[in-house]
Structure formats: C-alpha cells, structure tokens
Write a protein that binds this ligand. Sequence first.
Ligand code: FFO
Ligand code: ATP
Length: 174
Amino acid sequence: MRQQQIQKLAQSKDKTQLEAEILLQKLLESPEWKNAKSIATTISGSIEVPTTPVIEAALAAGKTVYIPKTMPHRQMAFLPFVSYDKLVKSSFGLLEPEYDEKLVNQEPDLVIVPGLAFAIDSHYRVGFGGGYYDRFLAKYSGKTLALVPSAMEFATADWEIGEYDIKIGKLIRA
Ligand SMILES: Nc1nc2c(c(=O)[nH]1)N(C=O)[C@@H](CNc1ccc(C(=O)N[C@@H](CCC(=O)O)C(=O)O)cc1)CN2
Ligand SMILES: Nc1ncnc2c1ncn2[C@@H]1O[C@H](COP(=O)(O)OP(=O)(O)OP(=O)(O)O)[C@@H](O)[C@H]1O
C-alpha cells in the first residue's frame, strides 16, 4: 500500500503543489494555527506538501518553528528552524537540523504531521513506515493537524490500523 501510494504521490506532484496554496490559506485561518506560538513541521521531500511556505508564514507571524531530527531507536528530537543553510542531509535524504540538547522542544503548541495517506472519517494516517510520528505522538499532548492534498485523501482507511497508530486531531483538505 505504501509503495503504491508513493507512486501515486509522485504522479500527483503538480496537483499537490497547486493544492498546497489552498491548504496554506486554510491553515492560516485555523484556530489551531492562530493560537500556536510554536509549531512543528518538516522539511518536505518532493512528493510531500511543500513546507517552505508554512515555515515562512510561521516565522513572519513570530512563531517558533521546530523541525524533527531522527535519532536512534526511531525517536525524533524537535529543534528550532534557523535557516536552510543550517540543515544537514540525513541518511534517508531528508534535511534535518543539527542536534543541540539545550534547544530540543518536544511540546510545541501545534504539530503538523506529515504522511502519505489520511482517512477522512477516522483521522488515521500512513507515513513512510518508520513509526517515528506514532512513537513521538504517544508522548505528545498538544494539538496535531495534517495538510491533506487530494492524492492523500481516503474516505476511510483501506489499510490495516496498527495498535500504535495515533489519530490526527484535525485534517485540512484542499
Ligand atoms: N519531510 C519529512 N520529514 C520527516 C518525516 C517525513 O515523513 N517527512 N518523518 C516521518 O516519519 C521522519 C523521518 N521518517 C523516516 C521514515 C522512514 C525511514 C526509513 O525507512 N529509513 C531507512 C531504514 C532505516 C531503518 O530501518 O533503520 C530506509 O530508507 O530504508 C527514515 C525516515 C522525520 N522527518
Ligand atoms: N509507540 C510505539 N512503540 C513501539 N513501536 C511502535 C510505536 N509506534 C509505532 N511503532 C512500530 O513502528 C513500525 C512502523 O509504524 P507505522 O507503520 O505505523 O509507521 P508510519 O506511521 O507509517 O511512519 P512515520 O510515523 O514514521 O511516518 C511498526 O512496526 C509499529 O508497530
């Protein structure tokens, strides 16, 4: 299912890019965004919803932006975004911040969760399969939200829900 969805997202890149503008507008109007002083997002890869506009909007609004760094045992540490030239490429090919224990914040007000597929009815998601977000969200107590372009939308989960899978608080659709 994951491989099939990665292929579909690769074919839907252009559409996702167009929908990203609508998703951003809806995000900026949401109370979750307005009420958050700190937000977490990712540095998007090519088949994901672009996050550069989200990061820029957050910084322009005076919010602190946190980006995950993958750690041993499939943990993530959230570190402040400073600038694109401070990021380093992980072994998986994603850009990540440098680790600095003093700067880690595992409780940003809002976490924008990435994924490959989202179920509109139940709010379950499928990610890249590392289990990073499920592990992180198990301990996180703030708000969660996902930006869902049409290529990631499923009316209902047609995949198996695992015992560790965690529902996303709010889905924003194009
Ligand atoms: N843009 C973006 N950043 C993100 C995520 C994401 O979905 N999107 N993540 C969302 O979770 C985390 C990274 N997720 C990952 C998911 C899978 C693998 C992975 O499968 N890596 C190796 C296998 C490693 C192993 O098994 O030990 C591989 O490529 O085979 C790596 C990272 C954090 N950053
Ligand atoms: N809280 C947890 N504790 C232990 N194992 C977990 C936990 N969360 C997930 N896992 C395990 O991690 C593996 C990958 O999980 P899953 O397939 O749900 O990843 P994903 O949600 O698609 O990926 P990601 O969260 O990185 O985007 C599974 O074997 C799952 O059982």
